[in-house]
Write a protein that binds this ligand. Structure first.
Ligand code: CA2
Length: 149
């Protein structure tokens, strides 16, 4: 435990596969690379991070529901549940925490079904299309949300 605010970074289904398939869409960075870069960036911003991944929708819901007990904000790449999950939207809303939504790919350049995100209604902002860098931009945005100048 530290006095630094802690940010929960939640990753959804199939993001554990990063770096192994579809590099043209998602790049060559693995989720471990993204975690390491996020930890370095968070330390520069004076933040702690918990970095989680699950393929199970209910687990993502549980993490979002409980986040306000231990965290100051949520950064989430909900993977495919972005486009399907009212339950995740409800859990993020219930948390009453600042939320930044991230996608590695530019979902608006892709199939029509990826253009709609259920969870965006709970988010202060959305970052997509910048790969690993998007997580670092999300941390910058989160630092601003929890500690405005
Ligand atoms: O661009 C993103 O970050 C996404 O959230 C990634 C999801 C996709 O369903 C969303 O529409 C956009 C997919 C997660 C990663 O899936 C992989 C599949 C095969 C190999 C590597 C990753």
């Amino acid at each position: 435990m530290t006095d630094r605010p802690s940010i929960l970074i939640i990753n959804g289904p199939n993001l554990n596969m990063l770096g192994q398939r579809e590099p043209a869409i998602y790049g060559r960075d693995t989720l471990a690379d993204i975690e390491a870069a996020s930890r370095t960036k968070a330390a520069e911003l004076g933040l702690d991070v918990d970095f989680l991944q699950s393929n199970a929708e209910g687990e993502l819901v549980d993490w979002a529901q409980n986040a306000s007990k231990s965290h100051a904000g949520i950064i989430i790449n909900a993977g495919g549940y972005t486009h399907t999950s009212v339950a995740l939207l409800d859990a993020l809303t219930v948390s009453e925490l600042p939320v930044v939504e991230v996608h590695l790919s530019n979902i608006f350049r892709r199939e029509e079904f990826r253009h709609h995100s259920y969870i965006s209604r709970a988010a202060s902002g959305v970052i997509c299309g910048f790969g690993l860098k998007g997580y670092l931009l999300a941390l910058d945005a989160m630092a601003q949300l929890i500690r405005p100048d």
